[in-house]
Design a protein around this ligand. Sequence first.
Ligand SMILES: Cc1cc2nc3c(=O)[nH]c(=O)nc-3n(C[C@H](O)[C@H](O)[C@H](O)COP(=O)(O)OP(=O)(O)OC[C@H]3O[C@@H](n4cnc5c(N)ncnc54)[C@H](O)[C@@H]3O)c2cc1C
Length: 288
Amino acid sequence: MLVSELQFHRPATLKEALEILDKQDATILAGGMSLVPAINLGLARPETILSLNGIGELRNFEWKPDRLCIGSMVRHGEIEQSRDIANNFRVLSEAAGHIGDVQVRNRGTIGGSIAHADPGADYLPVMLALDASFRLVSARGERVVRAQEFFIDLMLTARDSTEIVAAIELPRRESWGSGYIRLARVEGAFPIANAAVDIGPQGAWVAVGGIGSRPVVVEVPVDVDAKDSQEAVAAVERGVLAAIAEIDIIEDVTSDREYRRSMAVVCARRAFLSALRRAQQSRSGGEQ
Ligand SMILES: Cc1cc2nc3c(=O)[nH]c(=O)nc-3n(C[C@H](O)[C@H](O)[C@H](O)COP(=O)(O)OP(=O)(O)OC[C@H]3O[C@@H](n4cnc5c(N)ncnc54)[C@H](O)[C@@H]3O)c2cc1C
C-alpha cells in the first residue's frame, strides 16, 4: 500500500533518465511486474520513481552482424512472438513464452527481469547458455558485463544503483540446436528449477537456474553425430552437479534442497536431450 507521496519521472530519452538518476536516489520502473507487487507488500518503499516506459530507444531489436542487441524495455510478449528470435535464438523464445501469464508477458520486460535477478526467473539460465552480455549505462559512461559475471548472489547483480540496464547483447554464434525446460508447481508460477542448453561446434553450454543463489553454466564437449548419447548425458549431469555444489541451494515451501538439486539435474538432462535431438536434425538437413 502506498502510504507516502511519490515523485514520478517519465523521461522521453535515455540521456534525460541518466541525468535524473545521477542527481536523485530514484527507483527504476520498467514493466512494474515485480516492483509494484513489492511496493504493495511494503517490501519496497520508493520515494522517487523513474519510469523507462517513455524511452523509445530502449524498445528496439538491433540485428548486428556479430550480435543481437535487445533493448531492455522489450516486453516478454514481443520476444515470445518474434519470428526472428524464434529462428535465431529459439531457447530465448521458448523461455519467454513460459513467463507468468499473458498479462505479465504484455507488461514485463527483459531488462526488468535481468536487473531484478529473481533466482527463479526464466531468462537467467538462458542468458548464461547463450553467453549474453548486458550493456549498463550511467551518467559517467557505459560498460558491458558478461552474464557470468553479472549474477552475483540472490537478487544481487553487478549493476550499480546509478546504472540502467540498456540492452541485452546476444552473440550470433553458430547454434545447431537448443532447448529449455522448467519445472514449476503450477503453470504460470516461477520455476523451482530450469535449464537452458545451446549446442554448436564449440560443444554444449548447459545452464541451470531456479535452485540457488545464482544461475550456473558448464561447457560440455559433445559429439553430436555419436550414435549413443549416454556418455554426453553423464558428462552433463556430472558438470551440473559440480557447478551447483558451489552455490547455496534454496529451500522453501515448494521443495527442500535435495529435491531442487535433483530437479536441476533432471531439467539439465532433458534440455540437453531436446537440444541434441534438434542439433542432429538440423545437421542432417531436417527442421530443428
Ligand atoms: C503473477 C506474476 C507471475 C510471474 N511469473 C514469472 C515467471 O514465471 N517467470 C519469470 O521469469 N518471471 C515471472 N514474473 C516476473 C516478471 O517476469 C517481471 O516482468 C520481471 O521479473 C520484472 O520485469 P519488469 O519489467 O516488470 O520490472 P519492474 O518490476 O519494473 O522492475 C523490477 C526491478 O528491476 C529494476 N529495473 C527494471 N528495469 C531496469 C533497468 N532497465 N535497469 C535497471 N534496473 C531496472 C527495478 O528498479 C526493480 O527493482 C512474474 C510476475 C508476476 C506479477
